[in-house]
Design a protein around this ligand. Sequence first.
Ligand SMILES: [Zn+2]
Length: 243
Amino acid sequence: MAKKIIVLDPGHGGKDPGAVGNDLLEKEITLMVARKVAKRLGNYDVTVRLTRDDDTFLSLDTRATFANNLRADYFLSIHVNAGGGTGFESFIYNGPVNSVTGNLRTALHQTITTFVKSYGIVDRGEKKANFAVLRQTNMPACLIEILFIDTAKDAAFLKDDEFMRGMSDAITAGLVRILNLAAVTPEPQPEPTQPSTPVWNPQGEIQKLIDAGVIFNNHPVDAPVTWGEFAAVINRLLNSNKQ
Ligand SMILES: [Zn+2]
């Protein structure tokens, strides 16, 4: 089966800073989160592509076309809210979408809100809107609005490294869950080389005794031994111990 493809779309960029507030720029937060999620998804069997991986401006058309050309399996647009509210919300297209889009969004939304609620942050709900990137993408798509940049309480979370790590982990966990991604198994380590089992070499054993002066003739390995020969060998050993 072909590897699944996720397109992460960090909102805004370049000349378009997105929402601004509390010394934060939306375009910087969205890129940071997208990069963190992409890095974490590196541990899973999935191809991750970012619509932008630097501070450049992209039209909404360009973002959707990028995902459509890749025939991506999922499109996630990452944004930060503004307007004086608080909390987390997610969007799917408000036009006709198949049930998969809704089901995947619900599972992703739940994974992320379980995380934000642990910080006492409000779940603003699963919403629908006529956003271009949701309307123009051919695959199941979701747009998340992570907190409010212009609300002091939310902005404090957006500036908190630990919270943002947790947020990126939650988004990653949600994507892993909805796309049923398998963890990449680490490269198998080479087996430690077993100590070689000594192979019984009857001719070699006889040669060792000849070298040691315990027996004198190169007897065939399967020749029978008489009591006289056996006694002579034992006596040679006893004598050699006395020396
Ligand atoms: Zn935005």
